[in-house]
Design a protein around this ligand. Structure first.
Ligand code: BGC
Length: 425
């Protein structure tokens, strides 16, 4: 599977029933700009899909917006379900296999009001939404993803590593949100498999290439366990595991601090005091401008340049779940220079190819993102797209990286003829 990805909220525009919408418009919101009309994918989806198909890709990962389908608790909007049915049909007509994400960071406002993923009811309500949606889609979709990056949702929103969603933060709510997300995934997956036994169901996991010195090890193991492993373990019955990897995290601490962290993390009251502080620190240091100042080669997001990190994470999942089909469901780079994107894809794919050679059942590569889009709190400045979007005119223009990946997709080979515009390794 060779594809590109987007999410509903980041591309559709006008998602006024979603919790992010209110948050981005609050006068005290740290969001740099509101999503507004985004890239108008809600009405431009047919042409968008056609473009991806023409490039040579065969898979499109995109999302359904829960807050459109169920704008009020228990009221399902048939017009929105029709809309998504038409969208899936357009994607298929374009020669693309749809891979549909059912939850990608945004909740309907009514559920956020109940506490979002802290609410006891959330897993059951997610299951009901999934059931109604999957029933409505018939057999037009084989590939489903229940949840995108549960680790980011729980660490970000419920521990405080990110500013969204606002609400209760701390270790108890973090752990609770983890339990709720895992349960929601289990229930969602069971519902899909009951309705469509042949469906392929999984999640997308945000994973890093971790590294630490001796002092940093306890913190690294703790973070990796609660951000990644708890969800990877919940995937043992999934049909595939989706890996989203952009970069790496290195934790270097002096030895005495390492000893102290190990002790503190084992002792509940200290853990509860220490960990939210670290999360707040991570948050305050995640501004791209501050990260860029740390030096070394970095992307527009300020993330370290690590195109091959994705192969390390794929190998880690393969070791945890031997034989399980794997998909890279996001990998990419925010850059104003498209030649850098080609380099990122090329180096990432070369490392992934080696993993395949080593027998890892990697079934596909889906690039983030198909189009420049709304990069959450950082707005539209981050250029992740294979396809450039001019938001004043909403005009789309395929970048050279789009033809590059399309060429690889078409030939299903990394080495393409040097004369071809797609370029080769
Ligand atoms: C998310 C996307 C996001 C991308 C780049 C992933 O964490 O799934 O929604 O745009 O990373 O930050």
């Amino acid at each position: 599977m060779w594809g590109a990805a987007t999410s509903a909220y980041q591309t559709e525009g006008g998602n006024a029933n979603s919790d992010w919408w209110d948050w981005e418009l609050r006068p005290d919101s740290p969001a740099r700009e509101p999503s507004g009309t985004a890239i108008e994918a809600y009405k431009r989806y047919a042409r968008d899909a056609a473009m991806l198909g023409e490039l040579g890709l065969n898979t499109y990962r995109f999302g359904f917006e829960w807050s459109r389908i169920e704008p009020e608790e228990g009221r399902f909007d048939d017009r929105e379900l029709d809309h998504y049915r038409r969208m899936v049909a357009a994607v298929r007509r374009a020669g693309l296999t749809p891979l549909v994400t059912l939850y990608h960071f945004t909740l309907p406002k009514w559920l956020a009001t109940k506490g979002g993923w802290l609410s006891d009811e959330a897993p059951r309500l997610f299951e009901r939404f999934v059931r109604r949606t999957v029933e409505a889609m018939g057999d037009s979709i084989v590939w489903y993803m229940t949840i995108n990056e549960p680790g980011v949702v729980s660490f970000g929103g419920y521990l405080g590593g990110l500013p969204f969603p606002p609400g209760t933060r701390g270790v108890p709510s973090w752990r609770r949100s983890i339990a709720m997300l895992v349960e929601a995934h289990r229930r969602g997956r069971a519902a899909i498999k009951e309705l469509r036994p042949r469906a392929q169901v999984g999640m997308a996991h945000s994973m890093q290439q971790w590294a630490a010195n001796w002092g940093g090890r306890p913190a690294m193991e703790y973070a990796r366990r609660l951000n990644e492993d708890v969800y990877l373990e919940a995937c043992v019955d999934d049909d595939y595991v989706g890996v989203n990897t952009y970069t790496g995290q290195t934790i270097a601490l002096p030895v005495p601090l390492g000893v102290a962290t190990r002790a503190a993390l084992r002792f509940g009251p200290l853990e509860r005091r220490l960990v939210p502080r670290i999360a707040a620190m991570v948050r305050s240091q995640s501004e791209p401008e501050a990260l860029v100042k740390l030096g070394g080669r970095r992307t527009q997001m300020g993330w370290e340049w690590r195109p091959a990190a994705v192969a390390t994470t794929v190998r880690r999942v393969a070791a945890m779940h031997p034989g399980k089909p794997l998909l890279v469901t996001e990998h990419g780079v925010a850059t104003a220079d498209d030649a850098e994107r080609i380099e990122y894809v090329r180096d990432g794919l070369a490392a992934l190819h080696q993993a395949i050679e080593d027998g890892i059942p990697l079934r596909g590569y889906i690039h983030w993102s198909a189009f420049d889009n709304f990069e959450w709190a950082f707005g539209y400045a981050m250029k992740f797209g294979l396809i450039e979007v001019d938001r004043r005119t909403q005009e789309r223009r395929a970048r050279p990286s789009a033809s590059y990946l399309g060429g690889i997709a078409r030939t299903n080979r990394l080495t393409v003829d040097a004369d071809e515009p797609a370029g080769g390794l």
